[in-house]
Design a protein around this ligand. Structure first.
Ligand SMILES: Cc1ncc(COP(=O)(O)O)c(C=O)c1O
Length: 370
């Protein structure tokens, strides 16, 4: 996949990267210079582990708009090096080796890897009976499913005992109504994770965590022993960007931009692979697709790369792919040029037919052997 990702001839539907064209390069460059030129700017100096007050206040303001009941202030926000570090801190705070963590049946793979590395026992959230010390969810918008938890699922989730890690990485990128975070409803049990990676750019690595007040001191100690603080320069640049630009207008434009791409890729897949099934996403960067019959996903990916198209295999997102009846794949519309979607879908269709033929031949051989 790495080789394919670096090859311009390959239509790349893998990776879940934001569109390069959406990075506000000129605005960030101006901000960068402003930050460096300002006398007394915190951008080149050490800071406190919780991060810069002005940036934290802006994040708290934005969160208060979406979750007024949580009554957050700058004191509640700790800046992290991306959402990934926030999830790692949350796990360190809430769980120990051997504890159970419940996750959605299709889940963000770097979180799954992190949980496995930390020795946590992964269980499926859809098994309503199974108890877990911690539940990790993306209620506003799931990666890779592109769906939000409905009212009933949110209620069931809140009724479960234990801690909740709410990953809201895509919360601002829903195509329809922006969903309020769960944080508003159970402040004391929820560790909330956010990021500018999807809405501004991932290279700056600016994310944040909001922990229940009782855990704040421990969270700060952990953050400090981990890396002292998030990078000062990146924090200052993001803070400068938010001070000089209308971020809400940016989000509206973003949603429109990605919705257009989602429609184009959905159309291309419907046309070239009418038997493939997926729900049109509520937001985010990808389609979560299932094939009409199970096939060897490694063989399918190899065939796809040979045809010149790449995507993410479904098993990377699943706790127990063996239990899943169908083969799944994540097809991202976020970063590739939309005028290559039709060609990508045609290549995928050729790969699919090739693997299906192999499947048929193998089945015939097996029957003949018997
Ligand atoms: C659901 C989810 N959470 C967290 C992250 C990590 O984001 P960050 O770049 O802020 O570390 C990602 C990145 O793809 C993601 O999809």
């Amino acid at each position: 996949m790495r080789r394919a990702a670096g090859d311009e001839r390959v239509v790349n539907l893998a990776g879940g990267l934001p569109a390069v064209a959406q990075f506000p390069r000129a605005a960030l460059a101006k901000g960068f210079l402003r930050v460096l030129a300002a006398r007394g700017s915190p951008g080149l100096q050490y800071g406190w582990p919780e991060g810069q007050p002005s940036l934290r206040a802006r994040i708290a303001d934005r969160l208060r708009q979406r979750a007024p009941a949580a009554r957050l202030t700058a004191d509640d926000v700790i800046i992290t090096n991306g959402a990934q570090q926030a999830i790692a801190l949350a796990v360190q705070l809430l769980a120990r080796r051997g504890d159970r963590i419940a996750v959605e049946p299709a889940c963000y793979p770097a979180a799954l890897e992190l949980f496995r590395d930390r020795g946590l026992d992964l269980i499926d959230l859809s098994d309503g009976q199974a108890r877990a010390r911690v539940t990790y969810v993306m209620p506003a918008l799931g990666n890779p499913t592109g769906t939000a938890l409905d009212r009933a699922a949110r209620a069931r989730l809140l009724a479960r005992p234990g801690w909740i890690i709410e990953d809201d990485a895509y919360g601002d990128l829903t195509f329809d109504e922006v969903v309020p975070p769960l944080l508003a409803e159970r402040r004391r049990r929820i560790v909330y994770v956010g990021t500018f990676s999807k809405t501004l750019c991932p290279g700056l690595r600016v994310g944040w965590i909001v922990v229940p007040p009782a855990l704040r001191e421990r969270a700060l100690r952990l953050k400090q022993s981990e890396d002292l603080q998030a990078g000062s320069l990146a924090q200052s640049v993001v803070d400068d960007y938010l001070a000089h630009h209308d971020f809400d207008a940016r989000l509206i434009a973003h949603r429109r931009y990605y919705l257009h791409r989602a429609r184009r890729l959905a159309r291309a897949i419907h046309h070239a692979l009418p038997a493939f099934r997926f729900e049109f996403p509520h937001g985010g960067f990808c389609l979560w697709v299932e094939t009409p019959e199970p096939v060897d996903e490694v063989a399918l990916l190899h065939a796809a790369v040979a045809e010149g198209v790449c995507y993410d295999v479904g098993s990377a997102f699943q706790t127990d792919p063996a239990r899943q009846a169908l083969t799944r794949m994540r097809l991202c519309y976020s970063a590739e040029a939309p005028d290559r979607f039709d060609e990508g879908a045609r290549r995928l269709a050729r790969a699919w037919r090739r693997v299906q033929r192999q499947n048929c031949e193998q089945t015939t051989l097996l029957v003949e052997d018997r």
